[in-house]
Design a protein around this ligand. Structure first.
Ligand SMILES: *Cc1c(COP(=O)(O)O)cnc(C)c1O
Ligand code: SF4
Length: 331
């Protein structure tokens, strides 16, 4: 078979072919057309984007499917709620050079792309000014200089957007630049792609994650056990030797039941992934309808503790601006 050198990888094709038209999404899932008008309107606040194979994991005809609810634009996103803002984490104050966030001791986070494979309606980054924060080549030199000048930085998080929306060649280059800074020990990749487009776990990815002096860690983002199918489990299991963690967001109508959270921990671990964080939602404008009350969040966490071994119970945390770390919610 003759393949052109620039032929996109299957995962890149999956991103290019993602569904962005609300009408097409409703047709694929055989949903009533009354969902269309709000979906079109809210997709102007933050576009609809969902890979096709991820749609096949949703239940046809069910508008309240927990995977659909994470991506379907709805009218509730227009609600203007007091104390909700476009920058609830005040990240603009922790952005010393474009492309880099330095909030916590020893760790910096690089926003290496604004692109994501999927647009999650609850995401706090729906209002993040990526265009202003895209450093360009000269800017990346500034980022690496910033890290090189601060010996307290031992861990670099690759984030975004979704860092795995970037090609393996570019990521290998990032890792090489970071590995050249002696005090950097670890690179942590935070990505939703291994869950929504499991073909993203390529042989090339395995190579740059393992052929470096740095310890690499992958933190997936999965909110519901129905997101984990056989292909996801098989892809994650290829990453032997790389610590795999998961973070979830506690979301009303999606995973606000103890049985769902328990099944999520079990399914993650079956794929070799350790539950890390369960985030109590931040106050991002347009996402208030996903908020689970604090007392209920605590009760759900206690129920997880009663039913699961300790290592399958994620830490319930909330991000508070100005704090030196994520804040643990004591249950
Ligand atoms: C969440 C976050 C981290 C990582 O925090 P951990 O508790 O180490 O997982 C680092 N930097 C920024 C800017 C973050 O938002
Ligand atoms: S940053 Fe993560 S949660 Fe936010 S839209 Fe992208 S994939 Fe979804």
């Amino acid at each position: 078979m003759i393949t052109s050198p620039n032929k996109p990888n299957p995962w890149q094709t999956a991103l290019i072919n993602a569904v962005t038209d609300p009408k097409e999404l409703l047709e694929i899932l055989a949903l009533d057309s009354h969902w269309l008008e709000p979906a079109v309107a809210a997709s102007k606040l933050f576009p609809l984007k969902v890979p096709r194979e991820f749609i096949t994991r949703m239940q046809k005809g069910d508008p309240y499917d927990p995977l659909l609810q994470q991506i379907l634009p709805i009218g509730a996103e227009f609600a203007q709620i007091e104390h909700y803002t476009e920058d609830p984490l005040q990240e603009k104050n922790a952005n010393p050079v474009p492309g880099l966030l330095h909030k916590y001791y020893g760790r910096v986070l690089l926003t290496i792309t604004g692109a994501c494979a999927i647009n999650c309606r609850f995401c706090f980054r729906r209002h993040f000014p990526y265009a202003e924060n895209n450093p360009g080549t000269a800017g990346w030199n500034q980022v690496f200089d910033y890290i090189a000048k601060d010996p307290s930085i031992t861990e670099v998080l690759l984030s975004g957007g979704d860092p795995l929306a970037v090609s393996d060649g570019t990521l290998r280059h990032f890792i090489e630049r970071l590995a050249a800074i002696p005090h950097v020990k670890r690179v942590r990749v935070h990505s939703r792609l291994p869950i929504v487009v499991p073909e993203r776990i390529t042989t090339e990815l395995l190579e740059w994650m393992t052929a470096t002096r740095l310890q690499t860690i992958l933190v997936t983002h999965c909110n519901h056990p129905q997101e984990i199918n056989g292909a996801v489990t098989a892809a994650l299991r290829r990453l032997t030797g790389i610590p795999l963690l998961n973070q979830s967001v506690l979301l009303k109508g999606i995973n606000d039941q103890a049985a769902v959270l328990i099944a999520l921990s079990e399914s993650l671990f079956a794929a070799g992934v350790h539950p890390y964080y369960l985030h109590f939602k931040d106050k991002t404008q347009g996402t208030a309808h996903f908020e689970v009350p604090l007392e209920q969040a605590k009760a759900l966490h206690r129920q997880m503790q009663q039913k699961l071994p300790g290592y399958l119970v994620p830490k319930l945390v909330v991000e508070e601006p100005g704090e030196p770390a994520k804040t643990s919610i004591i249950t």
